[in-house]
Design a protein around this ligand. Structure first.
Ligand code: GTP
Ligand code: MG
Length: 201
């Protein structure tokens, strides 16, 4: 796989529109986003080398195989006490997700070791309400026994099904074991092909 850094943007307004469809990755800080992105791309430090250290919030874009863009979104959930979703999830993130028409699916990364977190549930709720297509990727599953993974995911499913009739696609991943790479890339490929075929009609 050929992955190439294409730019880091402080807002959607300065992000060029171009030819390729986009797939975005998001999650709370330390969830394992950089590790997962590097694992998907078979790259040691793609995500780290290009993203700004510290709290700078940028949208980072990588071109994959001259076919699609991988979008590394900033983490959400910094402002905990707020009723304003813009503050909770971040203005830039919302703007990107709501307005980016060539974004086909956002992968929400969730730490498989934790019980369902309010902020993650609220974020997915917001995605559902606003009609943004998403999938879930559970991270760091190598740190758990299969039975523990099952148990944690079952808890999440239960919570999600309180509000939704259908569950999103769910991926079990580990950056260290390369778990889930094939599956995630396959979904991206399928979604991409479907979108491009629909456009041609
Ligand atoms: P920030 O960019 O700082 O918000 O974090 P991030 O979400 O990009 O997480 P990052 O990939 O930097 O990983 C955070 C920590 O978790 C690091 O110490 C990683 O080595 C570890 N980690 C990430 N993914 C995995 C995994 O699949 N398995 C294990 N065992 N550790 C992981
Ligand atoms: Mg990171």
């Amino acid at each position: 796989m050929k992955a190439e850094f294409k730019g880091s943007y402080p807002s959607l307004k300065v992000m060029p529109q171009d030819r390729f469809k986009e797939f975005a990755f998001i999650g709370r800080s330390n969830v394992g986003k950089s590790s997962l992105i590097n694992m998907l791309c078979d790259h040691k430090d793609l995500a780290k080398t290009s993203s700004k250290p510290g709290k700078t919030q940028h949208i980072v874009r990588f071109e994959i195989d001259k076919k699609w863009y991988l979008i590394d979104l900033p983490g959400y959930g910094y402002a905990k006490v707020s009723k304003d979703s813009r503050k909770i999830f971040g203005e830039m993130i919302q703007e990107y997700l709501l307005e980016r028409e060539n974004m086909l699916c956002v992968f929400v990364l969730i730490d498989s070791r934790l019980e369902p977190q309010k902020i993650d549930l609220e974020f997915m709720e917001w995605l559902g309400v606003t009609g943004i297509p998403f999938a879930i990727a559970y991270t760091k599953t190598d740190k758990l026994k299969p039975s523990e993974i099952e148990k944690n995911i079952a808890l999440y499913k239960e919570k999600l099904l309180e509000t939704w009739e259908e569950l999103p696609d769910i991926f079990i991943t580990s950056a260290t074991q390369k778990t889930g790479q094939k599956e995630i890339l396959k979904l991206i490929d399928t979604v991409l092909k479907t979108a491009l075929a629909t456009e041609k009609k």
